[in-house]
Write a protein that binds this ligand. Structure first.
Ligand SMILES: [Zn+2]
Length: 130
């Protein structure tokens, strides 16, 4: 049974982008683990890549739970009008796992606009999801 912790970031139609530009190589989104306070990281390049494969990588059960939890719509667009990207990110220190949801836009070739749209701890995953 998959359960989510509180919304650490809640989806918004109006949030400013976390990243806008083309220098994607060293950018990392980080937050503090709610269990152990260690920094948890997700690279921008992973966020960009998963915009095309997150549903496959999360698997059907978790992808369905994420769609419901983050209120993704049936059209498949993120709240900011981009492509949703959802990542399962573990805390390397305590093993807590987080679901990060970002909206990805590519307004021109290799120029990206990324809005962080959702973040919650996720519990009750089977090992197959890791
Ligand atoms: Zn932790």
């Amino acid at each position: 049974m998959i359960e989510f912790g509180p919304h650490l970031v809640r989806p918004s139609y109006h949030r400013d982008p976390w990243f806008a530009g083309s220098e994607t190589s060293d950018r990392v989104y980080s937050w503090q683990c709610v269990s152990c306070q260690v920094d948890v990281h997700a690279s921008l390049e992973t966020i960009l890549r998963e915009a095309w494969s997150w549903e496959t990588h999360l698997g059907e059960e978790l992808a369905t739970a994420a769609t419901s939890h983050f209120e993704l719509n049936a059209v498949g667009k993120s709240h900011d009008g981009g492509w949703p990207s959802v990542l399962l990110v573990p805390c390397v220190s305590c093993g807590a796992r987080y679901l990060l949801y970002a909206g990805v836009n590519e307004p021109s070739n290799s120029v990206y606009r990324v809005v962080i749209q959702g973040l919650s701890e996720v519990r009750g995953l089977t090992s197959a999801c890791s």
